[in-house]
Design a protein around this ligand. Structure first.
Ligand SMILES: Nc1ncnc2c1ncn2[C@@H]1O[C@H](COP(=O)(O)OP(=O)(O)OP(=O)(O)O)[C@@H](O)[C@H]1O
Ligand SMILES: [Mg+2]
Length: 472
């Protein structure tokens, strides 16, 4: 057995997905790059893996030069992209690097992005732009800060190539990323097996998913149906988390939906500047299919499409009943998330519904900065707000009477809600506000403001400062 001195290579990798065999992936090799500069390492994740004393050189050896790991598996999948079925997908610029158990006892994937071509590259270069990598690092860290269930980046290494892209001034710099995620098994992994008419493989994959990610269901007679019902709930929770976070994923194709209900793949995403239901993030989303407020219905549709492969092993009735829980689950989950952002844990149902309704109504009508609204509540909150609505943002003035009315309605509701809290509950509000509300939003201008110094002067300080601000 090889003895590794690199702690990243010495981890106890478990061949869980590999054990499924050749029907699910292809062995590939990584590209060799002209340069390796570590731009980001996630020490938070090292701690979750029980690792310390990992040097930058260890990162480069493992996650830039890809020394000492085998096999590297390009995962096979299909998917619905913008509503159209595409069988020509699969890991075209990434692979499953390995799977490891973290301190919480759960199995996680190390997946790559930008690591070279595979049989699924379709003429693409298999690469990730540095800007794309920087954007994914930031999105994941911010979503994590907002308590959204998300993958995170473990490392980002600049690789010294010039890439040609239609949406970036080219040639543009290249990078390779390692993603730390619960699983890279996608809805599209099942869809591919359906297209191939392989009921046997659907059952094998489902058993695997349940064994690893839904182990509490293993001994249930109707575990397949229970898995789907639980996935529906997880996806409803996830989309509620995005909506409350003001996040627009932008490419909710079924190949970007994880069977664990975790959020991942941050390409052309954007955080909304203000509450706009029709806000779209991807310039190529001409019809607004993946607009901010369409995300719940799109996730519902994606779950519905997943019924096609699952129908081979789960009754139509069970699938229908599983999906029927989506809307109620989404609504209660969204309300709960908004309550957290407003500083509450629990409120009487009608008071909660009214407060969330008036909050959204005011945010939409005023078009004030969505993220700053919550940051301001966090910064200015005072216990006297529960005594008199007039104390809430008492400095705010507006000449627009309609807006003044909506603001007045909102603060009356907020005051009323605060009023229902016991003394200790009220004392807990500031800490909860702090926990759920970062002091700024990761809107496009913030990202460009850290990207420009990198592009112009190779100055990474603003990027590192932004990461510190996100974690604050
Ligand atoms: N530069 C590229 N070269 C080769 N294939 C690519 C490239 N960019 C995207 N693809 C492939 O196009 C499809 C859709 O890409 P998408 O951007 O959703 O995924 P991705 O970002 O590459 O990976 P992930 O979903 O793991 O984040 C995938 O099959 C992906 O592998
Ligand atoms: Mg993708």
């Amino acid at each position: 057995m090889t003895e590794f001195v690199n702690p990243l290579l010495a981890l106890d990798y478990e061949p869980a997905f590999e054990r499924l065999g050749d029907d699910f992936s292809d062995r590939v090799s990584a590209a060799s790059f002209p340069q390796h500069i570590l731009r980001f390492r996630n020490d938070d994740i090292l701690a979750q893996l029980g690792l310390d004393a990992v040097t930058d050189e260890h990162f480069i050896e493992a996650f830039g030069k890809f020394q000492g790991r085998d096999p590297l598996l390009a995962m096979r999948y299909h998917g619905y992209q913008f509503g159209t079925y595409n069988p020509a997908l699969g890991d075209g610029r990434g692979f499953l690097y390995g799977q490891v158990r973290a301190n919480d006892g759960e199995l996680y994937d190390f997946g790559t992005k930008g690591s070279g071509t595979t049989p699924y590259s379709r003429g693409g270069d298999g690469r990730l732009t540095l800007k794309g990598g920087v954007r994914e690092v930031l999105a994941a860290e911010m979503l994590h800060r907002l308590k959204v269930r998300t993958s995170r980046c473990l490392s980002l290494i600049e690789t010294g190539e010039g890439l040609w892209r239609g949406d970036e001034p080219s040639p543009t710099r290249s990078s390779v990323m390692i993603r730390f995620s619960r699983s890279h098994i996608r809805f599209g992994t099942f869809e591919r097996l359906d297209a191939l008419n392989r009921k046997d493989l659907i059952a094998i994959l489902l058993d695997h998913v349940i064994e690893i990610y839904y182990p509490h269901l293993i001994n249930e007679r109707d575990r397949y149906a229970l898995f789907y019902a639980e996935l529906v709930e997880k996806v409803a929770d996830l989309v509620a988390q995005w909506m409350a976070a003001g996040f627009c994923h932008a490419v909710l194709n079924t190949d970007n939906m994880s069977i664990t209900g975790e959020s991942f793949d941050y390409g052309p995403y954007a955080f909304i500047p203000a509450y706009q239901p029709g806000f779209t993030a991807a310039y190529f989303d001409y019809y607004g299919r993946y607009a901010y407020a369409s995300q719940p219905e799109i996730c519902y549709w994606n779950l519905e499409m997943l019924q096609a492969p699952l129908k081979r092993v789960i009754s139509a009735e069970d699938l229908k009943s599983g999906l029927s829980k989506f809307v109620d689950r989404y609504e209660s989950s969204y309300r709960q998330r908004m309550l957290y952002r407003l500083g509450f844990d629990q409120l009487e149902q009608s008071i909660a519904a009214n407060l969330v309704y008036r909050t959204v109504q005011f945010l939409q009508a005023s078009q004030i900065d969505y993220h700053d609204f919550f940051a301001q509540i966090t910064q200015q909150f005072d216990r006297s707000w529960s005594e008199d609505a007039g104390n809430i943002f008492s400095q705010r003035e507006t000449s627009n009477t309609e807006l003044a009315t909506l603001f007045e309605n909102w603060r009356q509701s907020y005051c009323q809600a605060l009023n229902t809290l016991s003394h200790p509950e009220l004392e807990a509000v500031p800490a909860r506000l702090k926990a759920y509300n970062p002091d700024f939003g990761l809107v496009r201008s913030e990202i460009e403001a850290v990207w420009n110094p990198i592009a112009d002067d190779d100055n990474w300080q603003p990027f590192y400062d932004l990461l510190t601000r996100i974690r604050h």
